[in-house]
Design a protein around this ligand. Structure first.
Ligand SMILES: Cc1cc2nc3c(=O)[nH]c(=O)nc-3n(C[C@H](O)[C@H](O)[C@H](O)COP(=O)(O)O)c2cc1C
Length: 286
């Protein structure tokens, strides 16, 4: 899959057409889940696809402040209990989001605070927990992208915005070189083109309320993800964010590497001058 270009194209869509998907499309999603990427392969996970009735069932138990994005389809990732269950679900879920983009489908992550409430609402008797919810279908996206660009009363243009509508932290601010706070303009002598693409891929990852409460340190043969507690992001969503951004970095870099880039959870045995409010979530050899 051309993850890099799919990431460029992806954005959260919150307005969906009432169009049905074919059984073949649903099967493609299930198949991708089965053979798709895992952050921690031994965590047991299941996929549940809710068709049509999902909107009624999930109303009040998922979404920002219980406000559910209405969509014809939802996918739920169920996970066994594990300290990294949420990061793993974020990783898997973002892989599915990009698969949906490849299938020309739109999607939006949906927050949940109470797995049991979601299971009760949907009527699931699984002993796994609901770790992630994603709304999807054919979106009504074009209207969002056209706007008036008014420079003066006589200089008005209708423009269609390309790329991301949600503003993102630029790569220069997101990725430090060698140690905390050391910025680089990432000229060619520092990194190769594929690494630059992977940095960019990480910079456009979706996050809860678009907060992006993380930074990277690039240490030549190692990439480190440092995360901070964000006052607006709950613990579970913060962990989903981590898995999502780890997936963006690894998936893009893996496109040009002979082996899949694999994250290791926890801190390496080197101090990087990380400030108190941050901690290292994981690192990978690059
Ligand atoms: C863990 C997580 C939970 C989210 N929950 C919601 C939600 O409940 N409702 C919603 O409208 N958007 C939700 N979002 C989408 C974010 O608001 C969106 O990703 C962010 O604003 C960035 O925009 P983008 O996805 O278009 O890049 C969630 C995103 C993440 C990663």
């Amino acid at each position: 899959m051309d993850y890099y270009n799919l990431m460029e194209k992806r954005m959260s869509i919150r307005d969906f057409k009432d169009w049905d998907l074919s059984e073949k499309q649903m099967e493609d999603i299930r198949e991708h889940f089965q053979k798709g990427s895992r952050l921690i392969p031994h965590i047991d996970v299941d996929l549940v696809l809710l068709q049509k009735e999902g909107e009624k069932l999930l109303d009040g138990v998922a979404g920002y402040k219980g406000f559910l994005i209405k969509a014809p389809y939802y996918l739920l990732i169920l996970s066994e209990d594990h300290p990294y269950a949420a990061q793993n679900a974020g990783y898997i879920g973002e892989d599915l989001v990009l698969k949906l983009s490849e299938m020309e489908l739109d999607s939006c992550w949906v927050t949940l605070t109470d797995s049991d409430a979601v299971k009760d609402a949907v009527g699931l008797s699984s002993d796994k927990n609901v770790a992630a919810v994603i709304a999807f279908g054919y979106g009504n996206s074009l209207g969002d992208r056209t706007r008036l660009d008014i420079k003066s009363p006589s200089d008005i243009h209708v423009i269609t915005r390309e790329g991301h509508l949600a503003p993102k932290i630029c790569v220069e601010d997101l990725v430090y070189l060698e140690k905390w706070g050391q910025k680089s303009d990432w000229e060619e002598d520092v990194i190769d083109d594929t690494m630059e693409k992977a940095f960019y891929g990480a910079s456009i990852a979706p996050s809860f309320l678009n907060r992006q409460p993380y930074r990277f340190i690039y240490d030549y043969n190692r990439m480190i993800l440092a995360v901070k507690e964000d006052e607006l992001t709950g613990e579970h969503d913060g962990k989903l964010n981590q898995g999502i951004v780890m997936f963006h970095f690894a998936a893009v870099l893996s496109q040009w590497r002979p082996r899949e880039v694999q994250w290791v959870m926890g801190a390496p045995d080197k101090a990087y001058g990380i400030p108190e409010e941050y901690e290292i979530a994981g690192y990978c050899e690059v």
